[in-house]
Design a protein around this ligand. Sequence first.
Ligand SMILES: [Zn+2]
Length: 189
Amino acid sequence: MKNLVLYIIALMMAPAMQQCTYSQSTQPKKEVMDTEKNKKHPAYSRTDTSKVNLSEEEWKKILPPEVYYIARQKGTERPGSSPFEYSKEVGTYYCAACGNALFKSDTKFESGCGWPSFYEPISKSSIIYAPDHSHGMTRTEVMCGRCKSHLGHVFEDGPPPTGLRYCINGVVLDFEKAQEAEKKYKEKQ
Ligand SMILES: [Zn+2]
């Protein structure tokens, strides 16, 4: 019975969650929509799009060490170490530090570079960009649009339609499988 209620709630919320991605307005139901299992710390939310501004000390307290190292210290995970690299699961990838929706699985591709790769973010505001001249290279760093955590880099050798390759550390991604209903809807298209 409990499962049925949860299923109905999830079905009702699916359209609202999609709208959230494209809207900056505060959703009144955000507290209801965030399930307990997703709530890692008070600033973490899959639905609240307001910016997260925490000190590095606060981040260090609330993030697991491996996430903190990449997200806040601009680290890089070992190539080939992320289970997301070859994952073909249908769903959404979120920022592991703050819960911001970043990429849809249908924009993911196998680049062979050693890290999960995408050709397009879920929305323009989901990612922010900065020039990165570290390690003797000129690259474009990509950060979470909500909490400014380091995610990886974007390169201009990706596939169509964008020609971009977002090379992302899997450690800073949370994945959530699409609802069965959403999968079926996509198959019909
Ligand atoms: Zn974030």
